[in-house]
Design a protein around this ligand. Structure first.
Ligand SMILES: Cc1cc2nc3c(=O)[nH]c(=O)nc-3n(C[C@H](O)[C@H](O)[C@H](O)COP(=O)(O)OP(=O)(O)OC[C@H]3O[C@@H](n4cnc5c(N)ncnc54)[C@H](O)[C@@H]3O)c2cc1C
Ligand code: SF4
Length: 624
């Protein structure tokens, strides 16, 4: 699939990750000649080998973190969660690709390799709620220039492309999502874990009181939509998309979705790339450093550095490519970086600002009986009742994921607990061995569980990416400098989430082991109203080229087209005016497909596409 970059292209897509792969697929299917420039390495001609190599790297990696299976590139470094450490005094240290200069750390990483962060993602794919598009009405964050109904057909197109497994009736009834009559997801919902069933048995119909809300909230465990193959419907329907068997197996519960699914059940952008038409060409190891812009504000092409196959930066060759239209799809933070490096889209002064993520409060403990953790996807169900309503004016709303992977996210994998039992597990404080150790480990580890509270973060212009030309990466490109903090509204949300957690533990009869003692594991630690909290981050960077209805206050319009450059699009979570409480990638995918339709119309206004003979067209929702 690699191609020479000489000649003029209809479209250049920068980044072969989640958003870029989707846009390239749609435009290629419509017959446009698309050049995709990808900073990272990969073996795009052989995705099977790519997965086998990644599995091998994962097996041999010392630290099993999200980026560990994937090709490391010195020339195009990725931020890694291992870059951050908490200090004994409660502060943090950062030593990696990001330069962190804020009061609190931006604690998410991403992946610069062919396929992008969508190789390592968890694969949870819920929609945003109609209310989420009106965050500004609650006094925190911004309203979207479009609403749920504008995006709805593209949600369906994205669910088809990602092969989402969910139950539309349950989502309609329990979450309040509107679907067209008769809609069903491509495959049946991923079954609940045993833990979900135990928790539903104890919590469904009970109530918890959120300090910001007058009335108590009735609890209900709801299964989560997943971009991983569920069991097919007995008969195929029009919305079912590609057949799971052709796309990897049905999810078998290996429980290593982050960072890699061995059976291919989880969606990754490589699946979309496999359906690119022949008019799409991919060049890997191509780090775009600058946009070329003419005197009228039109973008004419890009400058990039092609680095050698060994992943190093020495000998990288400067190159250029030209096109009628450029799409930045390099991740929220890298898109902003390229715009800043190019002095582009500067009219509103908002490029790089409004950086958002989902801060995650983790609480963990021991259930009274065995719950069978460490099996299946990271979370199969959640509690949705704290996402909506007037309380979001007073504190950040949150979604609660029931964590199937025990204490892994909070404290690391269970072998650490076995080691602890070996050292000090006996009643006299001495180590346990043999049958005693087996019994104690089985009892303890089989009762481990966690809740993951994902909070909405408001768009605050002070949370931002800037560039400092004194700190550069191995190719000589300035690294992102981050200023990040949590507003009082988010901190109040975290405090409310902890108060709800306390009540859930009481209702479950569970032993709470949550503790945020200062130390290496908690770089995101802070105090609020005299209590200590700490957050992890979900990898959901957003807002850095924010969308709006005015060029004075936003970077891109409702089509993700830069107000200042008629032929430059910036796609991805960076366009989102609010991140709500749902995992953002399905919404981002829907936005990308909506933009692809608009890009097609922009190109048609210039000239006709090449006639196409190749794979079947994407069933987009926006055919002209
Ligand atoms: C551990 C983890 C778990 C997650 N789980 C979920 C989940 O369950 N649900 C969910 O909705 N979201 C999840 N996410 C978030 C999700 O992965 C991102 O929202 C999504 O990948 C962003 O897509 P993107 O296309 O904008 O960026 P990416 O997927 O990061 O792709 C960007 C691409 O651009 C390339 N690139 C970067 N710089 C350049 C450059 N200068 N020149 C050329 N190419 C460049 C990169 O190499 C990469 O291939 C998770 C993230 C992480 C880290
Ligand atoms: S649970 Fe296992 S089979 Fe299912 S998506 Fe995760 S890693 Fe793949």
């Amino acid at each position: 699939m690699s191609a020479p970059t000489a000649g003029r292209w209809d479209v250049i897509v920068v980044g072969a990750g989640f958003a870029g792969s989707l846009v390239a697929r749609d435009l290629g299917a419509r017959g446009w000649r698309v050049l995709v420039l990808e900073a990272g390495a990969g073996t795009p001609d052989d995705p099977g080998r790519e997965r086998a190599d990644a599995l091998e790297s994962f097996r041999t990696a010392l630290a099993k973190v999200p980026n560990s299976p994937y090709p490391v590139s010195t020339a195009a470094p990725s931020p890694d969660i291992l870059d951050l450490t908490g200090r004994p005094d409660g502060g943090f240290e950062a030593d990696g690709y990001f330069v962190q200069r804020g009061p609190l750390p931006y604690a998410s990483g991403y992946l610069r390799a062919n396929g992008g962060t969508g190789l390592a993602w968890t694969g949870l794919a819920p929609r945003m709620h109609p209310e989420d598009f009106r965050a500004g009405d609650f006094g925190h964050g911004r309203n979207w220039p479009i609403g749920y109904q504008d995006l709805e057909p593209f949600y369906r197109a994205a669910e088809r492309e990602l092969g989402v497994a969910a139950d539309a009736d349950e989502q309609r009834e329990a979450v309040g999502l509107p679907f067209p009559a008769g809609y069903r997801f491509p495959t049946r919902a991923i079954p609940r874990s045993h833990l979900d069933t135990v928790i539903a048995g104890a919590l469904d119909g009970r109530q918890a009181r959120d300090p910001a809300e007058q009335a108590p909230t009735t609890l209900r465990v709801v299964t989560t939509p997943h971009a991983r193959n569920g069991r097919p419907h007995p008969e195929r329907g029009p919305d079912d998309g590609p057949r799971p068997a052709a796309e990897g197996e049905v999810c078998r519960g290996h429980a290593s979705c982050v960072p890699i699914c061995p059976s291919g059940a989880k969606y990754t952008p490589l699946r979309t790339q496999a359906r690119w038409s022949p008019s799409v060409s991919l060049v890997t190891r191509a780090v775009v450093s600058r946009l070329r812009i003419d005197g009228s504000g039109r973008v004419t092409g890009v400058e990039y550095l092609r680095h050698p196959a060994d992943g190093g930066a020495t000998g990288a060759a400067p190159c250029t490519a030209e096109a009628d239209l450029v799409v930045l799809a390099a991740h929220a933070i890298e898109n902003a970086k390229i715009l800043l490096l190019s002095g582009a889209a500067a009219g509103s002064g908002q490029v790089g600002r409004n950086l958002m993520d989902h801060p995650v409060l983790l609480t963990w403990g021991l259930m009274p009986g065995q719950v069978g953790p460490y099996r299946g996807p990271g979370s199969t169900s959640g509690l949705e009742g704290f996402r909506f309503g007037p309380a979001r004016a007073r504190r950040a709303p949150f979604r609660i994921e029931i964590g199937n992977w025990g204490w892994t996210w909070a404290l690391g994998p269970p072998d650490a607990r076995v080691a602890e039992l070996l050292r000090t597990g006996g009643p006299d404080g001495r180590g346990l061995f043999g049958p005693q150790l087996r019994r104690a480990a089985g009892d303890r580890i089989g009762r481990e569980f966690a809740f993951q509270f994902e909070l909405e973060q408001d768009a605050d212009p002070a949370n931002r990416i800037t560039l400092d030309r004194a700190v550069r990466d191995p190719l000589g490109i300035p690294r992102p400098v981050l200023h990040y903090d949590l507003s009082d509204w988010v901190k109040r949300g975290i405090a409310a989430a902890k108060a709800v957690s306390d009540q859930l533990f009481a209702l479950l009869g569970a032993e709470d082991r949550t503790s945020f003692a200062p130390g290496p594991g908690w770089p995101g630690r802070f105090e609020h109203e005299g209590r200590a909290y700490a957050y992890r981050a979900a990898g959901h960077g957003a807002g850095t080229h924010i969308m709006g209805d005015s060029p004075r206050t936003s970077v891109v319009d409702q089509w993700q087209r830069c107000w200042d450059h008629p032929n430059l699009y910036a796609v991805g979570c960076g366009s989102m005016p609010s991140v709500a409480t749902s995992n953002p990638s399905l919404t981002m995918a829907a936005l990308a497909l909506r933009s692809a339709g608009r890009i097609h119309r922009d190109l048609l206004a210039r000239h006709r596409p090449v006639p196409l003979r190749g794979p079947a067209e994407l069933e987009g929702a926006d055919r002209p």
